[in-house]
Design a protein around this ligand. Sequence first.
Ligand SMILES: C[S@@+](CC[C@H](N)C(=O)[O-])C[C@H]1O[C@@H](n2cnc3c(N)ncnc32)[C@H](O)[C@@H]1O
Length: 241
Amino acid sequence: MRINKKFNIKTVVKEVLLRNRYGKFRYSGKLDYDWSTMNYDRKAMVNRLLAAAAGSDYLEIGCAGNDLFDAVMASRKVGVDPVWGGTHRLTSDAFFASWRGHEFDVAFIDGLHHYPQVRRDLDNVLRWLRPGGWVAIHDMLPRDWLEEHVPQIQSRGWTGDGWKVAFELLASADVEFRVVAIDHGIVVVRPLVERPAIPDLDASLAAERFAYLHRNFALLPVVGYHEASAWIASHRAERGA
Ligand SMILES: C[S@@+](CC[C@H](N)C(=O)[O-])C[C@H]1O[C@@H](n2cnc3c(N)ncnc32)[C@H](O)[C@@H]1O
């Protein structure tokens, strides 16, 4: 109990110091989502995608305590995490540098939540995705500047700035995607060609912060779970036709 108290005080002090240090990025706008009131989460989403995919090979980047990994109903699962969970104790970069195995039908990106890393994970995953496959990226809807800020300020509810990849997807003619407003935001990507090209917007987005997402939010194809599910089903019908 004493130890917990000490730890909490340390954490609070650290957060206050970091808030002051990065205070110039403070921004009052918010995205008004209460994830806890929603019935659907990343487990529902990934299992929904697997039901629509042609095969059942699953890849998860960043597995932690296997909360999702163990709930995924795939016949073959590969999980990559340098610290814990999954099946491969590696960073995603090291994994893709050495992987010589099979392709995947559904991949979930949830490793290091820094824009350049999320972008690299997406590029690598797309190279290993079977035709008709799906990619989902977690933590794409920070609700305020503190949830988004890199370097990380607060310990709870941090998404990082992977959301920038959604604006790159917006600029690509080779993919369709939706931002599903459940569970901190899940971007679901459907490649339209075998090797989709995603523009690299690092030069213009690297310095942008939560304010950019908030101001440009209306540009993104944000949908609820049921609308996303209908969109996924429409592609399934196309494949069967
Ligand atoms: C948010 S947790 C993953 C949660 C899990 N996907 C779930 O849904 O329950 C993020 C994980 O990413 C891992 N990670 C951090 N850097 C990574 C990297 N470069 N490559 C792969 N995983 C990484 C961390 O060790 C951590 O366990």
